[in-house]
Design a binder for this molecule. Structure first.
Ligand SMILES: Nc1ncnc2c1ncn2[C@@H]1O[C@H](COP(=O)(O)OP(=O)(O)OP(=O)(O)O)[C@@H](O)[C@H]1O
Ligand SMILES: [Mg+2]
Length: 412
């Protein structure tokens, strides 16, 4: 990273140059506003470290001007005497930090890492966006239908914030895949993603699993245990089947979200919580509230960003894209040389209603792959795999191409 240091005190300047180089940056330094203006143009720094009081003017102005020509430039303002006014002005000019001299190398490192993180995220988002246009994929989420395209937009926006997300959708519709994608696109991507299914564990144990416990806090607690909240520190915690959590525990969860601190079971210490929470349910949340499975106050706290995933039947346009995506994925693992589809076999997939959604489609494609001899997945294989009702529906429906042609004819 190119770093321009603007500082009139020679000793400070050399010290900063050295710290920047130690961190792997490329440093250049000047001592006046006038020299800085030229250096910004020639050197094109990504980060500026500017002193406020310079012999011929004000360092904050340099930063403002440098960011005007390129808003991606970052700045750190350093000063001998701190004042609130200066700090505010520095932040207004777009500084990422305002630090007092003497600057410790560790402080610089923190800022460096933050900027590197942000750049990594930007390029990751850029790669994923390009991928999306090309292949109809965002991370591991596949879809090109209008509903999915809209969901991709929401996911990209949501990923930038730290707000809680509540994902709703039928079983197998991709809630967990969506949660992972949000994490992967967020600033927290380098930190852990921890998934916890509230329905898979006895209600009495959920509290200690989530929040941890101290040794001896209950019978059987012979060791201290760190909970999932602590494991996910700095990252994302995915709480699946949130309505399976008991009402008392929902109150505790709400408190943790509001106070941003937690206490282990049997513990007295308040621990800071830095976790992005994504929760999910395959029930209708309003229905769950009515049946006292979900507390209304918790619902509002979790549902800052709602994300409702459609069933596969609501986005039939994606079926063949997904089927082909899974075939390729399986081919990469199994290498049996199954290279494609007989169009009639694909049509059978399109005629089915997929009550198990994408998960069911993936399983059926996998089984079809395994049963296929030769290079293409054929209708007789599909016939054996799809439930009876689907086969009947497929037989009744006219082939898709004809249907499209009939639609076009009607429009004329
Ligand atoms: N949009 C999608 N693109 C690609 N694969 C998907 C998509 N949606 C779901 N899948 C696949 O379907 C499987 C099931 O998805 P996931 O586990 O996210 O469902 P879920 O909504 O969490 O289901 P449940 O409510 O049963 O927990 C995943 O393993 C993934 O392979
Ligand atoms: Mg799930």
């Amino acid at each position: 990273m190119k770093v321009l240091i603007v500082e009139d005190d020679l000793a400070t300047r050399k010290g900063l140059e050295e710290s920047v180089r130690d961190l792997g940056g490329e440093a250049r330094s000047v001592g006046t506003v006038k020299e800085a203006a030229r250096a910004v143009e020639e050197f094109d720094p990504r980060l500026l470290i500017v002193d406020i009081h310079l012999p011929d003017g004000d360092g904050i102005e340099i930063l403002r001007a440098a960011r005007e020509t390129d808003p991606d430039r970052e700045g750190i303002v350093i000063t001998g005497q701190g004042s609130i006014d200066n700090a505010i002005e520095a932040l207004r000019a777009g500084a990422v930090d305002y630090l007092l001299k003497p600057l410790r190398p560790a402080q610089l490192e923190v800022v460096f890492n933050r900027i590197a993180d942000r750049r990594r995220l930007e390029s990751e988002v850029e790669t994923l966006r390009a991928e999306l246009q090309e292949t109809g994929r965002l991370g591991d989420l596949v879809g090109r239908s209008p509903v999915m395209t809209q969901i991709f937009d929401v996911i990209r926006r949501v990923a930038k914030s730290n707000a809680p997300v509540l994902i709703t959708g039928a079983s197998g519709s991709g809630k967990e895949v969506a949660a992972r994608t949000i994490h992967r696109l967020s600033r927290r991507a380098a930190k852990p993603f921890v998934a916890f299914n509230c329905g898979a564990i006895s209600p009495t144990l959920i509290e200690s699993e989530l929040f941890g416990h101290e040794r001896g806090s209950f019978t059987g607690a012979d060791k201290r245990r760190v909970g999932y909240f602590e494991e996910a520190a700095g990252g994302t915690l995915f709480l699946d089947e949130i309505t399976e959590m008991g009402s008392e525990l929902q109150v505790k969860l709400l408190r943790v979200l509001e106070d941003r601190t937690l206490r282990r079971v049997g513990g007295s210490q308040e621990l800071k919580v830095d976790v992005r929470l994504i929760s999910a349910t395959n029930r209708d949340p309003h229905d769950a509230i009515k049946h006292k499975k979900l507390r209304e106050d918790l619902y509002y706290r979790l549902n800052v960003f709602p994300l409702a995933l459609p069933t596969l039947a609501e986005r039939r346009e994606d079926i063949s894209l997904l089927a082909e995506y899974f075939r390729k994925m399986i081919e990469e693992q199994e290498r049996a040389g199954v290279a494609g589809w007989d169009p009639k076999a694909l049509e059978m997939l399109l005629a089915y209603d997929w009550p198990g959604n994408v998960r069911e489609l993936r399983n059926i494609v996998h089984r079809a792959y395994v049963m296929t001899e030769g290079k293409t997945i054929r209708p007789d294989v599909m016939h054996a795999l799809l439930p009876k009702a689907a086969r009947a529906a497929a037989a009744k429906k006219p082939p898709l191409k004809q249907k499209a042609a009939a639609g076009a004819a009607r429009k004329k």
